[in-house]
Design a protein. Sequence first.
Length: 181
Amino acid sequence: MLKVLKRGFYARSSALVAKELLGKIIVREFPGKKITARIVETEAYLGKNDPASHAAGKMTKRNSVMFGAPGRAYVYFCYGCHFMFNTVTEKKGKAGAVLIRAVESAGNTPRANGPGKLSKYLSIGRALNEHDLTSGNGLYIADDGFSPGKIWKSGRVGISGAKKKLLRFFLKDNRHVSKYR
């Protein structure tokens, strides 16, 4: 049975939430269709003291959702071709987010082994920015009791100035994790 994650789950340290999201289920609902996928890779963004975070400077129209209620989606367009799906973390007023980097999709082919592929696979776009992930409809994250086993961490992907911070978490030996191991 799936239990939708409550706001309190997200209202904690971004790094802790990133680690504990591993093994949870993303649910994407459409009229007459539902896609579920297990989270296998995440990356934490810490806000003001994190130069890689969109919230490292001041609050802007683009990053304001990161300062809002935890448990909301932060979706932005990256590299002119991909949407990126994040969950807002920390307490309201303190910016933080977790990028969902990869999910284990149904079937044998890794179709969502990178954040751009994941958003495409789940049809996540700008319209879902600020969506309440605790609502239990449209797009949400749930717990099915799965234990993820061995969790590994590494530096972030594609951010040269932040590779020393071990804020990327993934399930060891899972073939759906992005190619950056």
